[in-house]
Design a protein around this ligand. Sequence first.
Ligand code: ADP
Ligand code: MG
Length: 370
Amino acid sequence: MTVLANPVLSTVTSDLIRLVGVTKSYGSINVLKPVDLDIKDGEFLTILGPSGSGKTTILRMIGGFTAPTSGQILLRGTDIVSLPIFKRPFNTVFQDYALFPHMTVASNVGYGLRIRRMPADQIKAKVRAVLETVNLADKADRYPAALSGGQRQRVALARAIVCEPQVVLLDEPLAALDAELRRSMQEFLKDLQRRIRTTFVFITHDQEEAISMSDRIAVMDHGNLVQVGTPKEIYYRPKSEFVAKFFGENNLLPTITDSQGGASMIESPLGRHVSPGPKGKGFQLAIRPESFSLHDGSECKPDQQVTTAKLEGVTFLGPTTQLSLSLGAAAAHRIKVRIPTALWTNNLGVGAEVSLRWSESDISFVPRES
Ligand code: ADP
Ligand code: MG
C-alpha cells in the first residue's frame, strides 16, 4: 500500500512534520522499527530514550543527513525524503556546537546568511538582533576559544536560528554542560523557543530535562517509538513497564483482575477495589511515590482507598521524606512513598504500621514485560 494514496495522510494539517512508517536499517541490522510521529507547528517536541534507542537516527533523517530505509517524511504534507539537506528549512544544533574557531562570534552567527548572499548591512543588523536574543551582544568580537561552554552553546543556537528555520533540530545540545549550567540553559532554551515560536525537536536521555522543557515527549526504546504524549500524560499514564520505570520511581505491583459486569475487581497488594482497569491477565498496577498521603483518620473521598503498610525505612530528602514500606502478610512487596517533610512529624520507626491513602485516579495499568 502506498501511503500517498491515502487521502487523509496527504491532506495538509497543522502538523508541520509527519513521519509515516519510517524505518532505518544498516545492512541487515534494523535499528528503527516503523515510526509514525506528528510534529506540530510551533511545539517543543522532545525525543527521549536511553543511549542507542534510535533518537539521533530519527533526527538525522528529519534533517536529511541520512535517508530512511522505508517510509515517508512529510513537511506540510509534501514528502521531503529526497530533498537535500540545504533545501530543507531546518537547522541543526549538535552536541559539540561545531563552531568555526578562526571566526568571531559575529562571523560564526552570520555564516549562513553570507552563504545565502544577504547584503552585508542586513547581515550585520540580523546578527546583532540574534546575539541580543541569546544575551551575547557584548561578545560579538570574541573568538570561540575565549568563551565559556554556555556561551559557546548560545552562539551555536544563535547560528541555528538566524536564518529563521521552520524547525530547529537539537541533538543532546546540553549533554556536555555541568549540572548548574545545564539547568540555566534548559530555562534559556525553553524561553527562547517560546519567544521565537519556532518548532524545536530536541533530543535528550534525561527524563527530568524532557519533563521540564517539552510540550510533548516521544519515548524511544530499542528502535521503537513506545509512547507520545504531554509530560503529564507520560508521567502519570505510562503505557508500558519500560516507560513506567524510565520515568522515575513508579511503584509496580502485581494484580489479579476479576471482571464483574462492566467494571473489574482488581486485587493487588494495595487491597481489593473496583476499577475501570484493564480486563485479563498480565497487568501491573503503577502508582507514583507522591500519589500516597498519610491517612489521618478523616473520612475518605469516594475514590480514595486506604492501605496499611509496614515501615521499613525513612530517608530525609530535604523538602520531601521518602518512606520505604512493605505490603502484604509476608511483606512480599516493597513500595516507596514520598510525602512533604513537614507532614512527617511522628516518631514512627522501622516496623511501625502506617496507614496510607491513595486515589483510584492515581493508578494506571501497564502490561507485564517478561
Ligand atoms: P541514540 O541517539 O538514541 O543514542 P542512535 O540513533 O545514534 O541512538 O543509534 C541507534 C542504533 O543505530 C544504535 O544501535 C547504533 O549503534 C546504530 N547505528 C547508528 N548509526 C549507525 C551506522 N552508521 N551504522 C551502523 N549502525 C548504526
Ligand atoms: Mg544520539
